[in-house]
Design a protein around this ligand. Structure first.
Ligand SMILES: O=C(O)c1ccccc1N[C@@H]1O[C@H](COP(=O)(O)O)[C@@H](O)[C@H]1O
Length: 197
């Protein structure tokens, strides 16, 4: 997210655990300036793709980031060296089949969360869902966020999908008015349906 009012009105829901800022210059959601309001209750997450560690540290300071979400081909060593600097790590993995989970175990101990996203041509923000049944074979210790194209029509499937390490849902492009601007009404409706239906 990148607009102060938009961030503030979403945070007012009181149940959004994390709000993300995309620091990948090729993304249409790239955050090019510091918003005049930053979340105070929701955790601040910076999203990076194969970024220089010094650049990440600079953004982490400037935005007061609680987490960095690494959405590229970052190695376990790279994650470890960031985490030893006190930065909490969410490592994203692109999933299309069971084999895509093979390398995930190498990242145990060096990440706070994993994030399972749909494999696509670009690095993220595809708006497409993958087959969550693949995650039934994930038996690691690290909790994960479910991501990739989650939308209003995902609710029934979200309710059915259970996993002992599932920590939360990550919503992005399917809840936007335009890139980087969330449709707060649609999100409110989504949250309501998730609780009630
Ligand atoms: O959204 C982007 O532009 C983006 C660019 C580079 C890396 C990650 C990006 N977004 C992340 O992708 C997932 C899934 O998003 P979607 O629901 O499929 O649109 C999410 O974690 C975004 O933060």
């Amino acid at each position: 997210m990148r607009e102060a009012e938009n961030i503030q009105s979403l945070e007012e829901f009181g149940c959004i655990d994390m709000i993300g800022f995309i620091f990948y210059p090729q993304s249409p959601r790239f955050v090019y300036e510091l918003p005049s309001y930053l979340p105070t209750h929701s955790q601040r997450v910076g999203v990076f793709v194969n970024e220089d560690k010094q650049v990440i540290a600079t953004y982490a300071d400037r935005f007061g980031l609680n987490y960095v979400q690494l959405h590229g081909n970052e190695s376990p060593e790279y994650c470890r060296s960031l985490s030893t600097h006190g930065i909490k790590i969410i490592k994203a993995f692109s999933i299309a089949n069971i084999q895509d989970l093979e390398n995930v175990c190498k990242y145990e101990e060096v990440c706070d969360y994993f994030l399972f996203d749909t494999k696509c041509k670009q690095y993220g923000g595809s708006g497409s869902q993958f087959d969550w049944n693949i995650l039934r074979t994930y038996n690691g210790k690290t909790s994960f966020l479910l991501s990739g194209g989650i939308n209003m029509n995902s609710i029934q499937l979200l309710k059915i999908f259970k996993h002992p390490r599932l920590a939360g849902y990550d919503i992005n492009s399917r809840f936007e008015l335009e890139p980087g601007k969330k449709d707060t009404k649609r999100i409110q409706e989504f949250l309501h349906k998730l609780e009630t239906i």
